[in-house]
Design a protein around this ligand. Sequence first.
Ligand code: TRP
Length: 334
Amino acid sequence: MYMKKIALTGIKPTGILHIGNYFGAIKPALRLAKEYDARYFIADYHALNTVKDPHVLAAHIREVAAGWLAAGLNPEEVIFYRQSSIPETFELTTILMAFTSKGLMNRAHAYKAAVQENLENHEDPDAGINMGLFTYPVLMAADILLFNPDVVPVGRDQVQHVEMAQDIAQGINFNYKGDILKIPQAAVQAEAAVVPGLDGRKMSKSYGNTIPLFAPEKQLRKLIMRIVTNSQGVEEPKDPETSQIYLLYKLFASAEEQQALAKQYRHGGMGWGDAKEELFRVVRRELSPLRNRFEAIIADTPALDAVLAQGAAKARPLAQATLNRLRRAAGIAG
Ligand code: TRP
């Protein structure tokens, strides 16, 4: 029997989704789900390291789950669940801890960056760093190794974490002399576009230059009108490829539309205001149906909870199989 390969990724619910997430993570992951057996989950215990307000965390979890569903995740096709619904994750984490050297964690980029920042601010090196942040790569390794994925689609910043999961799994397989855990590969989506933000830098929550995916139309238009441009006048010919407006336009427009706008740019006679109106037209065309679906999904809490519970019910037996295999190998069966 032909078995599809498995793809798994975690979605940290730490903020409102923006169009950088949409083109950089959501769309590529949904494309991948057509080809792979996909297991995508809301990494809520990862978010707990930084989000300490219960109302904020609960809202983010619901918004991110509803956002992925609105963007087209089909829960019949993708096993879609909350990390916190899979207690096996936390038992596996404990086993993995016994095989993870502290030195490996010392080398994690996120931890090192936090220490570095403290040193620069003349603080204690570990100020504000909790054990959740320090051991983050172990929890992430458990998320991954529990479900035997072949590939883990992630952004570049997460590749090191996937490599740590490989290291930990190899240590376990070596110790117990068997292929107990599958060694996963990171897949950095090549086509995952870098989405330009309102100020010309990469769109990122930390730069505050994002366009929220589900912004009401009025706000959407306002944000688009705020995109930074140069001082070229209406009549001047313009280079489309150096224009933030055009780079964003390319993500939303058909090939014909892109050619037409590029021609207008080069010809001259089109001001930045007109280009922004045209950008708003295509953004609205794609995002309005998405926003309508999002609003319907987020309004129906019981239905959303049911989708996630159904995902957890499918995921848990898979998790239990891996955990039991490892417990037996370790001599902790029973
Ligand atoms: N650390 C990832 C991020 O910050 C989220 C994540 C948690 C994850 N567990 C995972 C990604 C497992 C891939 C696989 O984006």
